[in-house]
Design a protein around this ligand. Sequence first.
Ligand SMILES: NC(=O)c1ccc[n+]([C@@H]2O[C@H](COP(=O)([O-])OP(=O)(O)OC[C@H]3O[C@@H](n4cnc5c(N)ncnc54)[C@H](O)[C@@H]3O)[C@@H](O)[C@H]2O)c1
Length: 370
Amino acid sequence: MNGAEVRKRGIGFVGLGGITVTHRKGYRIYGLPFVAGYDPSPRARAAFAAEVPEARVYDTLEGLLNDPDVEVVDLATPHTREARLTPLQAIVKAGKPVYIQKPMAAYYQDALEMVECVEEAGVAAMVNQNMVWSPGAQALARLIVDEQAIGEPLLAQGEVRLRSDYSAERWFGKDERNWTAGNAVHLISVMHMVFGPPESIFAVTGVDSDHPGVTYDAFGTLIWRYRNGFSISLLTNGMYYGINPKPYVSEEIWVQGARGIIDTGPEEFLTVSWREDPTQPGGPILRRTYDIPGAWMPDGMGRGMQHFQQALDANAEPLCSVQDNLYVMAVIEATYKSNERREPVTIAEIMGDRFDPNYGPGWVHRYQHG
Ligand SMILES: NC(=O)c1ccc[n+]([C@@H]2O[C@H](COP(=O)([O-])OP(=O)(O)OC[C@H]3O[C@@H](n4cnc5c(N)ncnc54)[C@H](O)[C@@H]3O)[C@@H](O)[C@H]2O)c1
């Protein structure tokens, strides 16, 4: 699959903040054209104009949406209800497909409103859940779901630990829902893609006093339980300052199955370990390590948008469609509810009629190009 196979649609940005610089790096790799941008902030518009002098810069959303060269909108505003839902309503009314930065929202109800708004308009929408496009995550899905390389999964873990504070002026970190919604969502999205929704989540969230720029929420310890006994631990700590950090791109994921273990992270390597003779517990272990080319950032941004455009050509549902992403949002919602109640919370409770107990891995719902 390469960039030449897709009809390249002009991309228009709504929100021209820091992360869109990385979006554009990814789009350049895949030859995806960005033609215009809108942001209410003069400073953000000036930075965009300096970086992309050939693009048109708008100081109203209407101006951008009336630009016929804008065929896909990249919505990268802050993930508050106001900054997401209001522009989204105008974007879908203009009939433009929309690629929405993760997390879709901080609250499940806000995400549901966004999905309903997209569905009423009949417009295609996908979440830019970029870690699922990292080389390690893609390899993990292929080995576990397609090839069943380690048999039935028994136990999995994802771990990230780093220190993530923000200055007093930044909007980041000040919400009740900062860490799991904004950061652990990357690992949550990969687990959803590979294993699908769990039955329930038990979680603890919080913050230490050493985080002046993060008010409520800087870590999340999540246990996901599945009906068949499989479970996932997500150990995610954004306030860690000890001697053994695991920052982004060095995160760890391992999955233990009936016939072996896979170790990986978003980049560089993936190792499968298994017993030489499965009938001999404790016997010699065989290993195979794969070097994985590419990078999570910025490749993930470009690969996600390329996939969206391919799915648009085929009139097919993309991986990480907004509907699929409701399962990711439900895990986030269950996490915070579980912390408040100090008990497990089911995904069925959060999603109601939208919950399909047989949904399975997000991966099997993806559009496969070519
Ligand atoms: N790895 C990742 O995928 C990643 C990394 C960083 C941020 N993000 C997400 O991207 C989003 C934006 O983050 P950022 O770092 O670019 O933030 P930022 O604060 O740098 O930029 C946000 C921009 O949106 C603009 N904006 C606010 N309301 C708007 C509206 N209604 N219409 C148009 N523009 C509006 C602001 O003026 C600002 O320029 C957040 O949801 C964040 O969680 C994702």
